[in-house]
Design a protein around this ligand. Sequence first.
Ligand code: AHN
Ligand code: ZN
Length: 332
Amino acid sequence: MKKAKVFPVILACILLSCANKGVGDPPAGTNNQSGTAPGFNADSAYAYVEKQLAFGPRVPNTTAHQRCGDYLIGELKRFAAEVYVQEVTLTAYNGAKLACRNIIGSYNPDAKKRILLFAHWDTRPYADQETDPAKHHIPIDGADDGASGVGALLEIARQLGRQAPAAGVDIIFFDAEDYGVPEFEKATAYTPGSWCLGSQFWAKNPHTPGYRAEYGILLDMVGARHATFYKEQTSMRYAPRIVEKVWSTARDLGYGKFFINAGGGSILDDHQSVIEGRGIPSIDIINYDPENAHGFAGYWHTHKDTIDNIDKETLKGVGQTVLEVIYKEQAL
Ligand code: AHN
Ligand code: ZN
């Protein structure tokens, strides 16, 4: 009699402890769901970063750039997006003619309410933040600066293709963001317009006539270990409610250690083209380091911007937050 009473109690304890541990949950950093959106798979996003790096630095006018662009187009098609490719020759600060492509994937193209997500896919041809001048002309891997934002957006595209949200979503991979005047030529050639060439072109020549979205979110350097995303000033000036929406969603999902509740610097980036050129309120999620004079982390525009610096936990924090923001939106 004694044994028969004790056994169910023990069994119940075992079952309860299993339930608390979440047996059957996917491993941390992969597919766990806590909000309304599908799970963002950080292993998948990481693999998309690795894949881009395998082409080599994606510097315009190189084979690596050409091949990676083809790959991105193929992936967006595979994830059921309607794909537009803008081919254009853009002129760099030094007069170089760059064969560029802005690559656009649309989901639910007829939906009136649209959200625009974007990242740059090109790699900087210089490592001008290196102290050794001999390294300045060797292009960087751009694991974080470029590949991370695209990797996160490819995983978001994969999820959008599996389960459609109520709002329409457009994903743009902008080219030639990172061809800005290098530090070693700044004295002679500095011009802010040398950055963000692809987005400047798109802003004047959108992929559909009169293109409009309710708001835009730029993912730039979103994969580094211990990244910190401060509320960037241009974002706060033109899209304060979007900043609040994204930062509060991140906090609610438990990613407050990445999304810092404090203001950061003012950063010239692709969101500025989208704001100024198309009047779409947009924000920049960008790894910012207030301790550094240039505002970015120590690996920025150096040969330390490699895959070793990429952390799935950071990709997950950003990717899951953005997915949650998208799936919470109601249709118009
Ligand atoms: C400038 O350095 C002017 N803007 C930073 C934008 C950037 C470069 N993002 C990645 N690389
Ligand atoms: Zn850069």
